[in-house]
Design a protein around this ligand. Sequence first.
Ligand SMILES: *Cc1c(COP(=O)(O)O)cnc(C)c1O
Length: 357
Amino acid sequence: MNKKYNFYAGPAILPLEVIKKAQEELLDLNGIGLSILEISHRSKDFDNIINTAKEKIRYLLNIPDNYSILFLQGGASFQFAMIPMNLLKGGKADYINTGAWAKKAIKEAKFFGDVNIAGSSEDKNFNYIPENLTLTSDASYVHLTSNETIGGIQWSEFPDTGDVPLIADMSSEICSRRIDVSKFGLIYAGAQKNIGPAGVTLVIIKDDLVEKSPDNLTTMLKYKTHAEKKSMFNTPPCFAIYIIKLVMEWIEKRGGIKALEAINEEKAKILYDLIDESNLYTGTAEVKDRSRMNVTFRLSSEELENKFLEEAGREGFVGLKGHRSVGGCRASIYNAMPIEYVRKLADFMRKFEKDNR
Ligand SMILES: *Cc1c(COP(=O)(O)O)cnc(C)c1O
């Protein structure tokens, strides 16, 4: 049994119901006498799975018809390169530098064209979302990271980029709140934080951008290939897509994204209220830009942080160590994180503060 309170940043907690359902069906998928792990991706059973997964994503995220939903491999990191190789092509793109993940995207884009840093929060160690952007009117696109998993900052309102397509890395927040997909040209997300296991990346791309794939790109690297073949040009990550399907059914059962958004707000508030009242814990992000997915905080000394992590571990709270590049602590509270676990963590944090005054 799954007995620990899983606060890992990614791969991360999945709904227990989903894992149980996958376990139940693992030997025999829907009575077909075979496992999902061993059936052809061209079989009608898998076809059902991938189509259902897509339909549910389209329905839950309210994705317009002129967008394709793709399941690709290579992680969100591969999208850092695939986006500019398909859409930049020697032109210019605006990137907003909000932290570690944005930086990685910027590095890859520079291989394919000019990058204008349209905004940055590097001056304050990426603890806020920059407001005054210097966007280029003839940019191929504007790229942002909607939730910086490491720094713990999140965009609340997205910039208006006019006719320039807006592209967002939503890896660590996809399906956690309502978004207006029609405002974006492309949205991508590694599945392993909010919607599934590692091994598949969700890409939501507007049809006019699909058409921009250059002819001189190899087949696998073109969005056009995957859109035309409905993510079945080659063998897709079948098991990971199957789990996404189960997660989407779970979201639907819980009342959809609007319902999850409300719970996610509540979960984040529990921890931020505690941090704001505390003399021991300090939030690292500016209040207005705090992430509802990754709550980053520090204790008064590194020594105390280590003690905190150790005692938390003994109580069953895992994954609370901050990313190795920034240190500190981080509680990742994705969709599948039950609010009771967050309450338990808050109780533990209060007790730890009392004991260490
Ligand atoms: C985890 C993460 C990535 C990297 O995803 P991979 O699937 O490991 O390539 C990229 N962007 C953000 C915002 C992330 O949280």
